[in-house]
Design a protein around this ligand. Structure first.
Ligand SMILES: [Fe+2]
Ligand SMILES: [Fe+2]
Length: 275
């Protein structure tokens, strides 16, 4: 039996630098959590003090998004750049899911809340590894190219607001993944890169659930505080998200994930937050 609480496990993942080590630990902790749940001896959530920013490897170099070189998506170099950017997003997502567990341990939530985010963290860990395998199949690796700095901004901005975190991370950022993934699958299908297509299909299928968990627990908290979900969602996204939501939206997958059009269309292409 593990002596660690769930939030201690989360902090351990957040404090691990290397990507493959971080995801291996993340998957082991998820297995421990679910084995305990199945055996009817739940691991306590506990309280922990997560780092403000997660530990990350020395490479990739993190650059301002404006300084990350752009490559033609049709070229082999362009496709490598897409894979590298996706690996970076997945590693960030691993940390985001453990961070929501560690950061908000003081907010009493049903155990299903933790089940959902542990499962999501486990899936993001798998996604990172799948995409790293694709990079390595092309003689590259995560860290070979520069990556976007500032991916952790949404976490810092919402570090003391659980509803803000749910609104911005799963319901805006991960929902955006549903909009753009089919286009990436097309690019790799045209290039005949079966390994990348299969990896992205796994990601596409599983990301719907992460958005759905966000929507579920956002609505749960609205119910707890007797708030109108749509109005609060608009307020929180305007407060914490820097930029407008960009159509076209994947309305079908968003609906499947419990995101109705009147949540996101009113935020499309309107300037939000302080920039
Ligand atoms: Fe993912
Ligand atoms: Fe996700």
């Amino acid at each position: 039996m593990s002596a660690q609480t769930l939030t201690e496990m989360a902090v351990e993942v957040l404090s691990t630098k290397d990507g493959r080590e971080k995801t291996a630990l993340s998957r082991r902790h998820a297995e421990t959590w679910f084995a305990a749940r199945a055996a009817g001896r739940d691991i306590p959530v506990g309280l922990a003090d997560p780092p403000l920013r997660p530990a990350r490897p020395d490479r990739p170099e993190l650059l301002d998004p404006r300084d990350v070189p752009r490559r033609r998506p049709g070229s082999p170099q362009g496709r490598l750049a897409i894979l590298h950017a996706v690996a970076h997003i997945e590693l960030n997502a691993v940390d985001l899911h453990w961070d929501i567990i560690a950061r908000f341990g003081h907010v009493p939530m049903p155990v299903g809340f933790y089940d959902d985010w542990v499962k999501s963290a486990d899936e993001e860990s798998k996604h990172f590894n799948l995409i790293c395998d694709c990079l390595e199949a092309h003689d590259s690796h995560y860290g070979a190219l520069p990556a976007h700095a500032g991916m952790w901004r949404a976490a810092e901005d919402t570090a003391s607001d659980l509803m803000g975190r749910l609104a911005v991370v799963p319901m805006v950022l991960e929902a955006r993944g549903l909009d753009v993934t089919p286009g990436m699958i097309d690019i790799f299908t045209k290039a005949g890169d079966t390994r990348a297509v299969e990896a992205m299909q796994v990601i596409y299928a599983e990301e719907v659930h992460h958005v759905a968990y966000g929507s579920k627990w956002f609505h749960f908290l609205c119910g707890r505080h007797d708030l109108d979900p749509k109005e609060v969602f608009h307020d929180l996204v305007r407060r914490y998200f820097h930029g407008a939501l960009k159509p076209p939206f994947n309305e079908e997958k968003r609906a499947e994930a419990g995101l109705p059009p009147d949540f996101y269309w009113p935020l499309a292409d309107e300037p939000t937050a302080k920039g």
